[in-house]
Design a protein around this ligand. Structure first.
Ligand code: 7TS
Length: 418
């Protein structure tokens, strides 16, 4: 990968990471008597005080149901919830609020597309393309759909570095390709996929592109219109917001033509025992009382990220990843899994033949939180014959000191097995 000159003055020196860290209360606790070094951001990110306070304010001052009452509390809650949707729309540059659907997270967003758009448009003989590096959330819903429809799931191969084999992808595209479902950034390898090209090439065959953006949105500016992506899915909890809420972005024309996902309150226009007509977008896909506090909290998280600046975040993390890569490479016996030229935020590694669970357990005793195992990418691990990896995943509140602590921890792990 391209490692920038880590000595050069960069955003790292102008970016006040200590001030940022002060906004995240959970970063300041201890684990097993050691200061916490939190390097499991790909699983979930910590929450800034602003988000915690916003949830608190909703529950203590505004709590009420949305889209229902004429009373003041309900109107205030609706304004806050819909205001957050507008903030999220601007964050990803969707052209309308109708295109921003609240879901429980990435997983539900992908399932929504599979069971509405997919069920409507797929038939026997059609093909869905995914890649070898997908999270289970971007495999299983498509597998279930293929089983139901007699369609075929095809898997785009990747190189040893963990990059899409582009020529293979091109050769797999055909008029049979109905859906291409691909992650923006791999949660296990950190690979940033070449979405611009992939989307343009898929569109040439009339395929619809679904992007799993769970690992991208916390780390870089995502512009759904510039990408010309059809569906884009992400989770609030990985971008410093509450759990239990996420977003499905979809082009309005596609969403309009799709049947509803679940039936119930809020998604209807009129109901009689003979026939129900459906609400307009985005409500057509939002049956039942939603996670109101979650939506409002996600809006606060977006506000927080924008106050730092997505470009600043990306640049700071690029520098940190380069530093981490260099430091890990300097330890004898450490092998980095995932060495794509375009990478973000993830350092998956193995230490000799030490099992990743042992590595993770010892690091935890030192206060260092990393994830170990297959990271919900079991087919990728099987493909490479790996037992799993240990994975350090970064956020903008991590520091070079965190990397140094990880390196010291890895050296300590090695001493247990010498
Ligand atoms: N897609 C990707 C690329 C992910 O990394 C994850 C979660 C999901 C989908 C599912 O997101 P959810 O919010 O709906 O659960 N990834 C991880 C991980 O890497 N470690 O724990 C969860």
């Amino acid at each position: 990968m391209n490692i920038p000159d880590i000595q050069s003055p960069s955003v790292a020196s102008s970016f006040d990471v200590q001030r940022i860290r002060a906004s995240f209360p959970n970063l300041h606790r201890e684990v097993h008597g050691n200061p916490l070094v939190y390097l499991d951001n790909a699983a979930t990110a910590q929450k800034p005080q602003l988000v915690i306070d916003r949830l608190n304010r909703y529950y203590s001052r505004e709590n009420s149901n949305v889209h229902r009452g004429v009373h003041t509390l309900s109107q205030e809650a609706t304004d806050a919830y819909e205001g957050a949707r507008e903030r999220i729309r601007a964050f990803i540059n969707a052209s309308s609020n109708h295109e921003v659907i609240y879901t429980r997270g990435t997983t539900e967003a992908i399932n929504l597309v599979a069971s509405t758009f997919g069920r409507k448009h797929l038939s026997a003989g059609d093909e869905i393309l995914i890649s070898t590096m997908e999270h289970h959330s971007n495999i299983v819903p498509w597998q279930m759909l293929c089983e139901e429809k007699g369609a075929t799931l095809r898997v785009i191969p990747i190189s040893k570095a963990g990059e899409i084999e582009y020529d293979a992808f091109l050769s797999m595209l055909s008029e049979r390709t109905k859906i291409v479902a691909i992650c923006h950034i791999s949660n296990t390898l950190g690979t940033i996929n070449p979405l611009d090209r992939m989307i343009a090439d898929a569109h040439r065959y009339g395929a619809t592109v679904v992007v799993d953006g769970a690992q991208a949105v916390p780390h870089m500016r995502v512009d759904v219109q510039a990408l010309d992506v059809d569906f884009y899915c992400f989770s609030s909890h990985k971008m410093f917001g509450p759990t239990g809420i996420g977003i499905l972005y979809g082009k309005e024309s596609l969403l309009e033509a799709m049947p509803p996902y679940q039936g119930g309150g809020d998604m209807i226009d009129t109901v009689s025992f003979e026939k129900t007509t459906y609400n307009t977008l985005p409500h057509k896909f939002e049956a039942g009382t939603p996670h109101i506090a979650g939506g409002i909290g996600l809006g606060a998280a977006v506000e927080y990220m924008e106050s730092i600046g997505l470009e600043t975040i990306a640049e700071y993390e690029r520098d940190l990843l380069a530093y981490g890569t260099e430091q890990l490479r300097s330890i004898e016996g450490v092998r980095i899994i995932g060495t794509a030229s375009q990478k973000a935020s993830v350092l998956s590694f193995l230490i000799g033949d030490i099992h990743p669970y042992d590595t993770g357990t010892i690091l935890d005793r030192l206060g260092i939180a990393v994830r170990t195992g297959h990271h919900c990418t079991q087919p990728l691990m099987d493909h490479w014959g790996l037992p799993g990896t240990a994975r350090a995943s970064l956020a903008f509140y991590n520091t070079r000191e965190d990397i140094d602590a990880l390196v010291a921890g890895i050296r300590k792990v090695k001493t247990f097995f010498e």
